[in-house]
Design a protein around this ligand. Sequence first.
Ligand SMILES: NC(=O)c1ccc[n+]([C@@H]2O[C@H](COP(=O)([O-])OP(=O)(O)OC[C@H]3O[C@@H](n4cnc5c(N)ncnc54)[C@H](OP(=O)(O)O)[C@@H]3O)[C@@H](O)[C@H]2O)c1
Length: 303
Amino acid sequence: MTTAKLFYDAFKTKSGKTITIGTGTGTKWKRNPADKQINQELVDQIVSTINLGFNHIDTAQVYNTHEEVGAALKKSGIAREDLWITDKYCPGRSDETPTDIIDLALEQFGTSYIDLFLIHHPFFDEDNSVTLEQAWTELIQAKKDGKVREIGVSNFASVHLEKLFAISEKYGKEYVPRVNQIEFHPFLQNQSKDIVKYCHDHNILVEAYSPLAPLSRVGNNNPLIQYLKPLEEKYGKTASQILLRYTLQKQILPITTSSQQSRMKQSLNIYDFELNDAEINEIDTIGQANPYRAFFKQYDHVL
Ligand SMILES: NC(=O)c1ccc[n+]([C@@H]2O[C@H](COP(=O)([O-])OP(=O)(O)OC[C@H]3O[C@@H](n4cnc5c(N)ncnc54)[C@H](OP(=O)(O)O)[C@@H]3O)[C@@H](O)[C@H]2O)c1
């Protein structure tokens, strides 16, 4: 079976390995900051996913899972340069700047660089001392200093990205946003107006979080699940594999999470089949008729 040329070929681990879809350490794994104990279950889950072949780990300041990522890295014995680690700065949480968070994360990971560093969302509190402009300028500086290899954003609409491009202009084209990580699944095909096309037109890799929302968050008997049933049989794949494949065929790189190793294993096995255009169109159509947003609902009017 031939697969289309990888649309995320430009993103490689430091050692030159193609990155896999991401394994997330947020959502169900988020640790309450009051809980000082490292979550050993998550450490073991990350080690297992690395052993399965995942080389792409997604974390964030707000998940409070940096220490688990660091412990898993150590425990797995994998060479740092064979892994891709994404981290995110969360605006409006404290006076800490992206530089503070990057420096702390490097310590917690026990590494000298982060592969991809994102601004988690564009909603900067006006009372917060850190502005969007300052945050982006600090990410640019972190890249110049070699603390991060790539910089980008999450949950940004085109209007926010335009602001970043205007700042980046002063620094050169290697300092533009390279990634926008957004909620994406059939029931939310554009987190904000035309955002996927905007990103593709501007050479920004789109990453999907919650790509399995139609299975895990929307009711059991939704029409998409019904539609996927015969496809599961046709391709010998599970509904989740079909949804991840759909995401890839949309030129979007999924970040997924499961506490079950068998599901994580399945998630990597999505490169040996291809949905046809009619199937993609039908998934699109069913999704458009059943809009659902899991995150940032309070920002619906902006996004
Ligand atoms: N940038 C952002 O604002 C943002 C927001 C949200 C998430 N994220 C990142 O994206 C990652 C993934 O997000 P997500 O957890 O929402 O992604 P997801 O992969 O769409 O959903 C994961 C959930 O789906 C369930 N699941 C997995 N396989 C399944 C299957 N075959 N059938 C039914 N349910 C299945 C899992 O439950 P089991 O454990 O029982 O398998 C888990 O609860 C997060 O961990 C985080 O790193 C980023």
